[in-house]
Design a binder for this molecule. Sequence first.
Ligand SMILES: CC(C)(COP(=O)(O)OP(=O)(O)OC[C@H]1O[C@@H](n2cnc3c(N)ncnc32)[C@H](O)[C@@H]1OP(=O)(O)O)[C@@H](O)C(=O)NCCC(=O)NCCS
Length: 200
Amino acid sequence: MAQYHGSEDDRRGGSAVALSGTSNREQARLTTAPVIRLATASDIEAVFRVNTAAFPDEDVAALVDELRANGNLTLSLVAEMDGEVVGYVGFSPVTFKPEAPGIRALQLSPLGVVPARQRQGIGGMLVREALSRCREVGVDAVFLLGHPEYYPRFGFRPARELGVHYQDDRDAFMGIELREGALAGVEARLVLSGEFDRFV
Ligand SMILES: CC(C)(COP(=O)(O)OP(=O)(O)OC[C@H]1O[C@@H](n2cnc3c(N)ncnc32)[C@H](O)[C@@H]1OP(=O)(O)O)[C@@H](O)C(=O)NCCC(=O)NCCS
């Protein structure tokens, strides 16, 4: 799949979007309002630090480096507060087995927020902004392996309900259609980018 705008190779970088559901006046008061923006090449070390802090027991930071090196970081967003990167979300390509021609799908992974900034809405802002950008560029569906209590608030549901399967069809394997009916008639297994093999 072609890389969408938002890969870290994209040096334009600067289209920062202040999100938060707060009014402009509120944002002016909150000096620490998070900004969600595309990751750029200059964020690479900060992204590594965020993923190391968010996933102390897993080698997620190295996984992101590997995805980037292989050209498989399709979309990368960071959350920045007071000039510091405090959250990250990355997307990579997936395929279907048997093939599902014409369906453009991505995997959301990883999503991480530094411990000191968790439970302040930043993870939610990253997910919502990322899904909105995916929708804008015509991505049909997004899948992930994650906390089954967390992702339904963004519209994710067990992927098996969408006809897409992964290993034992665990509840943690979830999906969302970004275009209604995009997955109609699909009955397939999802194949993640090879960098994830050691995690699953
Ligand atoms: C999961 C994570 C990305 C959420 O980001 P966040 O900015 O803390 O989340 P938000 O502030 O947007 O949402 C907070 C809500 O998320 C839910 N939540 C957070 N972490 C959760 C977890 N591990 N399991 C289930 N729900 C969780 C809670 O309902 C919480 O609401 P509460 O504060 O009322 O209890 C963040 O906690 C994190 O980086 N965790 C460590 C890494 C990780 O597990 N990443 C996700 C892999 S699927």
